[in-house]
Design a protein around this ligand. Structure first.
Ligand code: GTP
Ligand code: MG
Length: 183
């Protein structure tokens, strides 16, 4: 008989935030179901998605993605939604450069409302997604975005497309790895 009693399962709660229509739901749909929908249906409140990731023969991650509606920035529920999260993804839309302006606000919102359960109450590891890269070419200045990440406490940025899948898996895997390392 197979003995799987030594398999360790980690439950990781990860937040996905950013302005309306930047592609949070689409990113999650691509990552979890490898699907893309052109039609925009605004998320109301919060949605959930799960993905099981086999890290090694004895380590499994149950990733719980909290897809928080862009309109929640003006609501008062984020403190509740953020509870016990261990990492976060902030998304902006490369085809609408002004969505990068609110990235700082989302990051500050996270930092002010949730901390890791360690002795230092460290801020969560947060990555930045420059999404919809299929729509705009060469609009990113990597040096500038590196600096932006450094100044605002993002671990790393990724140029992604939920439409064609560019760097979707890379970004999610990087964050999971980051969370497990700081564990
Ligand atoms: P809210 O739920 O309102 O906060 O929006 P959201 O961030 O979840 O955006 P959503 O994923 O619903 O995407 C908004 C629109 O952008 C939809 O029409 C998507 O099809 C489109 N979209 C999302 N990601 C991409 C992408 O990478 N490339 C392109 N071309 N379109 C995208
Ligand atoms: Mg959505």
């Amino acid at each position: 008989m197979e003995d799987d009693s030594k398999v360790v399962e980690y439950l990781l709660k990860v937040l996905v935030v950013g302005d309306l229509g930047v592609g949070k739901t689409s990113f999650i749909q691509r990552y979890v179901h490898n699907m893309f929908d052109r039609e925009y249906k605004a998320t109301i409140g919060v949605d959930f998605a799960y993905k099981l990731i086999q890290i090694s023969s004895d380590k499994v991650v149950r990733l719980q993605l909290w897809d928080i509606a862009g309109q929640e920035r003006y609501g008062n529920m984020t403190r509740v939604y953020y509870k016990e999260a261990l990492g976060a993804i902030v998304v902006f839309d490369l085809s609408r450069p002004n969505t990068l302006d609110s990235v700082k606000k989302w990051k500050q919102d996270i930092d002010s409302k949730v901390r890791l359960p360690d002795a230092n109450e460290s801020p969560l590891p947060v990555i930045l997604l420059a999404n919809k890269c299929d729509l705009v070419k060469n609009s990113i200045n990597p040096t500038q975005l590196d600096l932006f990440c450094k100044e605002n406490g993002f671990v790393k940025w990724f140029e992604t497309s939920a439409k064609d899948g560019t760097h979707v898996e890379d970004a999610a895997n990087f964050l999971v790895k980051q969370i497990l390392e700081t564990d």
